[in-house]
Design a protein around this ligand. Structure first.
Ligand code: RRO
Length: 325
């Protein structure tokens, strides 16, 4: 049996120059700006939150239905509904400054062209109430003007990140997409462009067809798939990014339980984000914090560093040549 002595705060980490009391954050788009969800759970018990993606102008979002169940998953096409930069600065960030002092906040930023990302950062820089940015370069529902989402095009992604890097000293996370042949080189490109951390992964493009009407079940047509069906994809993406970069990783996709979160930690994520699970159980993230604490105590590791990246398996796909035909 291990003789490791447990520290007082085994879940606490210093990352990006800030203290995260535990590794559990709420994912962008699932908790508004904190205020919208504060009655449903104890935000102070978490490591942090990522806000809904902020755009330059307010956005009403896509036609209903915006969310539906799709097997062991959820499909959404919210369409970036958000109050826009001006109201976020005037209302949301002041609320967060006042109410969220013990946890870390990242503001998610979205746009159609690089300049929109940069103008949002410029608009937020002088405002308090948050630690850093998460550049959402991977929304499947509102693509980059005239092209694929930035996260599917490494050159375009680097352009956004390099420009953003010049505008801020705050921690800069980049959120990547799962629907790429190999996320490793994309993670590497984002790190080289100046990202301080990578969030893996956004939702996977998906479609549900109503067979009676022969039309899309979501109001907008296709959407982004999340929930348990995405988890193995996300864990694999984190493991690939760990093999190709040395930057801090945030794992997201299909985490419902502490066991799910621990898979992401073992794959190399320092922080994890809970998204879809919050819709079914608003207190899911708190339950995950408690479960990770119990796990750490049970296996008697000193702290989270003993778990993070402890999975040492191969990250290479098994070759098809020579396999069963
Ligand atoms: O708002 C959305 O429809 C949305 C966004 Br911004 C995103 O990044 N991922 C997603 O599944 N939905």
């Amino acid at each position: 049996m291990s003789t490791n002595k447990l520290t007082d705060e085994p879940l606490s980490q210093t990352l990006f120059g800030a203290t995260f009391q535990n590794p559990v954050l709420l994912a962008a788009g699932t908790c508004g700006f904190g205020e919208e969800i504060e009655d449903a759970l104890d935000l102070d018990a978490l490591g942090g939150i990522v806000t809904k993606s902020v755009t330059l102008e307010p956005r009403a979002g896509n036609p209903a239905p915006r969310v539906l169940e799709a097997g062991n998953a959820m499909l959404n096409s919210v369409g970036l509904a958000n109050p826009g930069l001006e109201r976020v600065c005037a209302e949301k960030l002041p609320w967060m400054t006042e109410h969220l002092s013990g946890i870390q906040v990242f503001v998610s930023v979205a746009g159609h062209i690089p300049d929109e990302y940069w103008r949002i950062i410029e608009g937020l820089e002088s405002v308090g109430g948050f630690l850093g940015y998460e550049l959402n370069l991977s929304c499947p529902n509102d693509t980059r003007l005239g092209g694929l989402p930035f996260a599917l095009d490494p050159e375009a992604l680097c352009g956004v990140v390099e420009g953003a890097r010049k505008l801020t000293d705050r921690p800069l996370l980049v959120k990547l997409a799962p629907n790429v042949p190999d996320i490793g080189p994309i993670a590497e490109a984002a790190e080289d462009a100046g990202a301080d951390g990578l969030t893996l992964v956004n939702t996977m493009p998906g479609l549900v067809i109503d067979i009676a009407s022969r039309s899309a079940a979501l109001g907008a047509g296709s959407g982004g798939l999340s929930g348990p069906a995405l988890r193995a994809v996300g864990v694999h993406a984190v493991h690939r990014a760990r093999a190709c970069t040395s930057t801090t990783l945030l794992g997201v996709g299909g985490i419902t339980t502490a066991e799910d979160a621990i898979q992401y930690l073992l794959a190399g994520a320092s922080l994890i984000q809970i998204g879809t699970a919050t819709f079914a159980d608003p207190r899911a993230a708190q339950t995950v914090v408690t479960g990770i604490a119990q796990y750490v105590e049970k296996i008697r590791v000193e702290n989270l560093q003993d778990l993070i990246g402890a999975y040492q398996g191969t990250d290479l796909p098994v070759s098809v040549s020579g396999g069963p035909s």
